[in-house]
Design a protein around this ligand. Structure first.
Ligand code: KIV
Ligand code: ZN
Length: 496
């Protein structure tokens, strides 16, 4: 079986995720987990980009002993010098130099001829090689480059000392069949001892597929990022690539040295430090990836896990899969959960509870243990649905605002007041004061959905509570009211 080297670029391309920045100490925390997990190469940053990156690459170089520590540099001396100034402390340093090779990039971005680009690449690799043994060369926008020119560049930089050749699908343009062909071609003309790497972006949602077809066609290094972070739509996700290779050994005839049980913790750490939540249905690390809602699936899983699971949740560091009790659940799953709660029911009793459960499940997104206990004890299940009754807001020119809200749940009224930096913040604070709860607002947007002065405004709100994200939507001609409705709707979802 062939070994596939895992090159993690969370700390470099991953940090290029729009609106993400990581402090050097945060990067070090992630780097230590990557090392612990068995990542072969950690791309720690792009030192020329900022003093913070120089610091991060320096401290990571000093601390990391098992993984190769890599720093990115354009094919220019000053980038290579600054990258080396940080990497020199690493036990196993690698300089990663790149230059664009596609006609589009050379003409419009670099404003250079093919000959000039070729010379620059060769000079840069030679210079980097005079400082460091391990040199990776990337042909930026390789997949839109003239294949003949690409061949010439790769062969010349190998002659100049590059030990790893990376093929980035920089703009995520390739489809798997053509990417596979390109990698097979390159593997054919480069020497066997040269590591052939793929670096795929996800603009068409194909980053993982392209990386894997790359492996099938001769690549032995894959560049990835945790949770698929990266420039624009991101890079191939480490968890997807690694678990695909592990799960489908029969296809890949390959392995990685990743200790996959660390995947979930790493995903959570990166999501927490970057502030980028993981979508619930994200492959491998989404909260739904091992959760089963449909009755038929739950029944299958309870009888034999492999009926609906191709991976063992323990392999990524989860205790077990999850059976979510909701409107699609069946008797088998309900009975199992009741048994876990200590209730052993006769068939007749179960039938009765199941009927009540189904009625409740139509009104409530997820049935929790406390709801089941209420059903069994014949108590009404409380549905915490808040509704806006009234709102008032005073806002001044300097943005200082004061808001009052009245909201209602069942027959109960709640009143809250608050100031805030602007009317929206004051209103959202007032709602939280009214119900005495706090949520983190992670996204808020407003747009008009109809035309004219009396246009209808639509507000979208995303809140975070206990690590979970809830969204709410509100529409009204009054944009403040639309915002408040959206906020309350999100809260209702969080409490349901
Ligand atoms: O996407 C890309 O081309 C890159 C290179 C710098 C490797 O990130
Ligand atoms: Zn990239």
């Amino acid at each position: 079986m062939k070994k596939v080297f895992i090159f993690d670029t969370t700390l470099r391309d991953g940090e290029q995720t729009p609106r993400v920045t990581l402090e050097p100490q945060e990067k070090l925390r992630i780097a230590k987990q990557l090392e612990e997990m068995g990542v072969d190469i950690i791309e720690a940053g792009f030192p020329i980009a900022s003093p913070g990156d120089v610091e991060a690459v320096t401290i990571i170089s000093k601390e990391i002993k098992n993984s190769i520590v890599c720093g990115l540099a354009r094919s220019v001396k000053k980038d290579i010098d600054i990258a080396w100034s940080a990497l020199q402390y690493a036990k196993r340093p690698r300089i990663h130099v790149f230059i664009a090779t596609s006609d589009i990039h050379m003409k419009y971005k670099l404003r250079k001829t093919k000959e000039e680009v070729l010379m620059q690449a060769v000079e840069a690799v030679k210079y980097a090689k005079s400082l460091c043994e391990d040199i990776e060369f990337s042909a930026e926008d390789a997949t839109r480059s003239d294949p003949e020119f690409l061949r010439e560049v790769f062969l010349r930089v190998i002659e100049a000392g590059a030990t790893v050749i990376n093929v980035p699908d920089t703009v995520g343009y390739c489809v798997p069949s053509e990417f596979g062909n390109l990698i097979a071609q390159i593997r054919n003309y480069i020497p066997e001892e040269i590591i052939l790497s793929v670096h795929c972006h996800n603009d068409l949602g194909l980053a993982t597929a392209n990386s894997l077809i790359g492996v099938l066609n001769g690549a032995n290094q894959v560049e990835v990022a945790v949770n698929g972070l990266g420039e624009r739509a991101g890079n191939a996700a480490i968890e997807e690539v690694v678990m695909a290779i592990k799960t489908r050994k029969d296809i890949f005839n390959a392995y990685t040295d990743i200790k996959t049980e660390h995947i979930m913790n790493l995903s959570r750490l990166v999501s927490g430090l970057t502030g980028i939540p993981v979508q619930p249905n994200k492959a491998i690390v989404g909260i739904n990836a091992f959760a089963h809602e449909a009755g038929i699936h739950q029944d299958g899983i309870l009888k034999e896990r492999s009926t609906y699971e191709i991976m063992n949740p323990k392999d990524i560091g989860l205790d077990s899969s999850e059976i979510v009790l909701g409107k699609h659940s069946g008797r088998h799953a309900l009975n199992e959960r009741l048994k876990q709660l200590g209730y052993v029911l006769s068939e007749e009793e179960l039938t009765k509870v199941f009927e009540k459960f189904k009625i409740l499940a139509d009104r409530k997104r997820e049935i929790l243990d406390r709801d089941l206990i209420s059903l069994l004890e014949e108590k009404p299940v409380e549905l915490p649905v808040y509704r806006l009754v009234n709102m008032e807001v005073i806002t001044k020119i300097n943005n200082s605002s004061y808001a009052k809200v009245d909201i209602e749940k069942a027959e109960e009224r709640f009143h809250g007041e608050s100031d805030g930096d602007g009317p929206i913040e004051a209103l959202f604070n007032a709602i939280e004061n009214a119900i005495n709860m706090h949520f983190d607002l992670i996204d808020f947007s407003l747009k008009s959905v109809t035309m004219g002065k009396d246009a209808l405004g639509e507000a979208l709100v995303k809140l975070k509570k206990d690590g979970e994200v809830y969204s709410g939507r509100g529409t009204s001609k009054n944009i403040l009211e639309a915002s408040v409705i959206a906020y309350i709707n999100a809260i209702n979802r969080a409490l349901a």
